[in-house]
Design a protein around this ligand. Structure first.
Ligand SMILES: Cc1cc2nc3c(=O)[nH]c(=O)nc-3n(C[C@H](O)[C@H](O)[C@H](O)COP(=O)(O)O)c2cc1C
Length: 217
């Protein structure tokens, strides 16, 4: 059984080679709206009104930071790069095939090579309460499906959240105690058709998705 939604979900793949073409603002806003549409449990939040503090139940407790600025992207890369390269060193031993694949991707990348955000034009941070991980993960998936539906590629880049080492980055992202970064998700127009090019998706060595394990009761 197929329809446009199922087809879009099936089409999503992590894309790791992007055109530098910027994404129009209205498209980014539409994607964020789709993210914001995710289910949300109420999060207890303290607010101050007229000098008095009170607790409210906050829905959609997440927020979004859209990074397009080349200088800030550079700062992010500098902050995360030691962690990434350390991880890749370990991968040589623990996941040699995956490491080889990463190096293949590195070869086909244009300068300046970026194995963290893949030189995507947009890095979209989803930031929300640490205790709201389920809702925030749903926001991320909505974003990635919406991106496919609008002809964009995406990749959930866990490395992109490892920014605590740089106080300036933390300040610019306005990260507060109790908050956590979900994603970030990189977005952009794929350089090659993700359904065909294996290097851009790092899919060459990845086994096909397993069949779902289902128990019917
Ligand atoms: C929590 C999480 C963190 C991830 N971090 C990264 C990352 O840092 N870099 C990357 O290239 N892909 C990252 N991915 C993407 C996975 O590698 C990818 O989803 C997986 O290999 C399956 O491939 P597919 O997305 O094409 O189906 C991450 C995915 C998840 C769910």
């Amino acid at each position: 059984m197929m329809n446009i939604v199922i087809e879009t979900i099936m089409k999503r793949k992590s894309v790791r080679l992007y055109e530098p073409t910027p994404i129009p603002k209205d498209i980014i806003n539409t994607i964020i709206k789709a993210g914001n549409q995710a289910p949300s449990t109420g999060d207890e939040k303290e607010v101050e009104e007229g000098g008095k503090k009170r607790k409210i139940t906050d829905y959609q407790p997440w927020r979004f930071v859209v990074v397009e600025d080349p200088e800030f992207k550079q700062k992010l890369v500098q902050t995360i790069e030691p962690i990434r390269s350390n991880f890749y060193e370990g991968m040589k031993r623990t996941m040699p095939e995956m490491y080889e694949q990463g190096m293949k991707l590195y070869e086909v990348m244009e300068e300046p090579k970026d194995l963290i955000f893949y030189s995507a034009p947009v890095i979209l941070y989803v930031i929300g309460p640490r205790r709201n991980s389920i809702g925030c993960a749903m926001v991320c998936e909505n974003i990635m499906i919406a991106a496919v539906s609008l002809g964009l590629g995406s990749c959930y880049v866990g490395f992109g959240s490892m920014v605590k080492g740089d106080a300036d980055v933390v300040q610019t992202l306005e990260l507060k105690d109790g908050e956590r970064i979900y994603g970030p998700i990189v977005l952009g127009y794929p350089k090659v058709d993700p359904s065909e090019n294996q290097v851009s998706t790092l899919a060459e060595l990845r086994p096909k998705k397993k069949e779902p394990m289902i128990k019917w009761i």
